[in-house]
Design a protein around this ligand. Structure first.
Ligand SMILES: Nc1ncnc2c1ncn2[C@@H]1O[C@H](COP(=O)(O)OP(=O)(O)OP(=O)(O)O)[C@@H](O)[C@H]1O
Length: 201
C-alpha cells in the first residue's frame, strides 16, 4: 500500500571505478549503516526515503524504490521515475543497466518492463474478460528538444512543448514508457526509458 507521499527520493552511491581507484580517488560520501542517511565528509548528514550504497545490487535498487510503483500503475495511477545527478554519477547504469548479458546487471527499465507484464498476466488470470493495451514511447529530451527514438533516424519529426496562455502544459503527461524486443518468441531483452509523453497535436 502506497502511503500518501507523492515524491520519494532515493540516493545511490556508486562504487569507485577502476580508473578512479588507480588515480587514488577516495569516496567522499558514506552510507550510515542501518539507516536511510548518507554522510558527506565527516559530519554532514542527509536523510532520504531510501539510501543505497556502493554494494547495492540493481535488484535492491529496483525492489526498494521502483517496484511498488509498478503495482500502483496497475491500479490506474501514473508514476514517474527519473534519475538525476552529475555526469558519471550512474544514471544510465541505474536506468538501463550495465550493458552486460547478466540478468543481475539489468536496470530499472528492464525490470519495470518484465514486472509489468508479469503483473498483468497475474491480473488477467484473476479477472474475467480483461483486455490490456500497453503503449510504448521512447523519447529523448535533450536541451529543450524532444526526439522520438523509435523513429528512423532519417525521419525528422518535430515535437513541441506547448504552453497555454497561463503557461500550463495541459497536454503533457508523465508516464512509464518502455520498449521490448521479442526475438524468436522469447523475451530476450528489455529496454525502456521513461521521460515524457507528449500528445502531438
Ligand atoms: N552502481 C554501479 N556499479 C558499477 N558501476 C557503475 C555503477 N554506477 C555507475 N557505474 C559505472 O560508472 C560509469 C558512469 O555511469 P553512467 O554512465 O551510468 O553515468 P551517467 O550519470 O549516466 O553519466 P552521463 O550524465 O555522463 O550520461 C559507467 O562506466 C558505469 O558503468
Amino acid at each position: 500500500m502506497m502511503s500518501e507521499v507523492f515524491v520519494r527520493v532515493a540516493v545511490r552511491i556508486r562504487p569507485l571505478r577502476p580508473r578512479e581507484k588507480l588515480h587514488k580517488h577516495r569516496e567522499c560520501v558514506q552510507l550510515v549503516p542501518d539507516s536511510t542517511q548518507v554522510m558527506f565528509g565527516s559530519d554532514r548528514l542527509f536523510s532520504f526515503d531510501h539510501a543505497l550504497g556502493p554494494t547495492a545490487t540493481q535488484d535492491e535498487v529496483y525492489t526498494s524504490s521502483v517496484q511498488p510503483l509498478v503495482q500502483y500503475l496497475l491500479t490506474g495511477y501514473n508514476a514517474t521515475v527519473f534519475c538525476y545527478g552529475q555526469t558519471g554519477s550512474g544514471k544510465t547504469y541505474t536506468l538501463e543497466g550495465g550493458g552486460g548479458e547478466a540478468d543481475e546487471e539489468g536496470g530499472i527499465v528492464d525490470r519495470v518492463a518484465q514486472d509489468l507484464f508479469l503483473f498483468l498476466e497475474e491480473k488477467k488470470r484473476n479477472t474475467d474478460n480483461m483486455e490490456t493495451t500497453v503503449w510504448v514511447s521512447y523519447l529523448e529530451l535533450y536541451r529543450e528538444e524532444l526526439r522520438d527514438l523509435l523513429e528512423q533516424p532519417t525521419v525528422q519529426k518535430v515535437f513541441h512543448i506547448r504552453d497555454d496562455e497561463k503557461g500550463n502544459t495541459g497536454n503533457r503527461q508523465m508516464s512509464v514508457l518502455f520498449i521490448w524486443l521479442n526475438e524468436g518468441n522469447k523475451w530476450t531483452h528489455t529496454i525502456a526509458i521513461c521521460l515524457l509523453y507528449l500528445k502531438s497535436y
